[in-house]
Design a protein around this ligand. Structure first.
Ligand code: SF4
Length: 141
C-alpha cells in the first residue's frame, strides 16, 4: 500500500539542522510498501537548515521569536494533498516534531521539555482519517 513518510526518516537531509534521521526499520518497509517521502516544513517554504520551532498555543514560533505558523499550515495542507492523491490510509511521521509528531511534542519553551499534543501535519492527517504512526509504532505494517 501507499504510505506517506516523513522524508527525514528515509534519509533526506531536510531537518532544521540540515541533517536527516534515517530509521532502518522504516526504510526496510520499502520492501513491502510504496513509501512516499514528504517534508511539510520544506514544502511550506522554510529553508534548510532553519531555526528550530515549537508550537506555542495556536501558533508555531521559532527560537528567535518569528511566527512561522503560515509555513507550517501550508506544509500540512500540501502533505494532505499528496496523501489523498496517493490514497494513503497510513502515514509514518517523525516523533516529537512540531510538524510530524503525534501524541508528544516540545512544550513551546525551548527547554527540551515535552507536552502531550500533535504536530501541525499530524493533527491535520488525524482530522482527515489518516492513521498516523510514529517511527517506533510501525510493527503493525
Ligand atoms: S517536518 Fe517532518 S519530515 Fe520535515 S524534517 Fe521535520 S520531522 Fe522530518
Amino acid at each position: 500500500m501507499n504510505i506517506l513518510v516523513s522524508a527525514c526518516l528515509l534519509g533526506v537531509a531536510c531537518r532544521y539542522d540540515g541533517k536527516s534521521k534515517p530509521d532502518n526499520n522504516v526504510i526496510k518497509l520499502m520492501e513491502k510498501h510504496n513509501l512516499i517521502p514528504f517534508c511539510p516544513e520544506v514544502t511550506g517554504g522554510l529553508p534548510t537548515p532553519r531555526h528550530p520551532s515549537e508550537i506555542v498555543g495556536e501558533k508555531v514560533i521559532n527560537d528567535i521569536g518569528e511566527d512561522v505558523t503560515a509555513q507550517y499550515k501550508k506544509g500540512a495542507e500540501e502533505a494532505l494533498k499528496i496523501a489523498k492523491m496517493y490514497n494513503c490510509k497510513y502515514a509514518i511521521l517523525k516523533e516529537k516534531s512540531p510538524s510530524c509528531g503525534k501524541g508528544k511534542i516540545h512544550n513551546g519553551k525551548f527547554d527540551g521539555g515535552y507536552i502531550e499534543g500533535d504536530g501541525i501535519t499530524a493533527r491535520l492527517f488525524i482530522e482527515n482519517g489518516i492513521k498516523v504512526l510514529g517511527e517506533s509504532e510501525i510493527n503493525c505494517l
